[in-house]
Structures are given as structure tokens and as C-alpha cells.
Design a protein. Sequence first.
Length: 135
Amino acid sequence: ALFPSPGLTTYSIGMPMCTGALFALPAACTPDPAEQALWVFQAVVSVLADYVYIGGPSPAHGVDRVLASFNFLRLAFLLSQQAPELFALGLVPAALFVYAQRMKDLDRPEDWQLAHGLWHASGAAVACAATYSIS
């Protein structure tokens, strides 16, 4: 399995996993300080889990998974209530998440890196649209 892998380090995966930093962008799309703090925290934890500590155990992995799941479900709910025209956009990062998990299960790290990076980029873009629309 791809994780944990003693041979997989921040140097072997390179910058693609720093795409988690894109989750700080929704903070610029809302005037709400709590919402801003939530997205900056998501970005920090994502980079810690997917870049800094990718080769081994860290609480960042669990925190990242729980927070990302919370944010996805929270935005899906808010969009369904306040901006239903944007709700379907969430299918893009969701599909990339499923594909990335499949690549992880198949132990295809290069394909996982690409799908995971695209998942981050599309998720951050949807989160920007959502936070802007609902604020």
C-alpha cells in the first residue's frame, strides 16, 4: 500500500502535494473571520498530512481527513440550502477523491499524486465559489 511507506518522503513526492495550501484561498472569499480561520487551518493541516508527514504516522493525517470531510459535508449542505445552482460543482472534487483512492489502493503513486493534487485544486475552487456565494 502507498501509505504509510518508509520510502515515500517529501523529497520523493515533490511539490504536487503542497496543493493542500490552496485550501487557504477560500479565506479570501469571505468576510467571516471564523470561516477564514477554518480554511487557513484546513490548508495547514493538509500540507502537514500530505507533504510534511507523508512518509509516516502523524496526527495530521486524521485531523486532515476529519476536517476535509466536515468541510465537504458542511459546504454541500450550505450550497443545497443557499446556492443550489452551485451544488453540482462538488461532484468534481468528489469524483477526483474516489479516483485518487483507487490509485492509492492500486499502489500507483504517480497517478495518486496527480488525482490528489487535482482534487485539492478543484476542491479549493469549489470552496472559493461556495464561501463567496454564501457569505
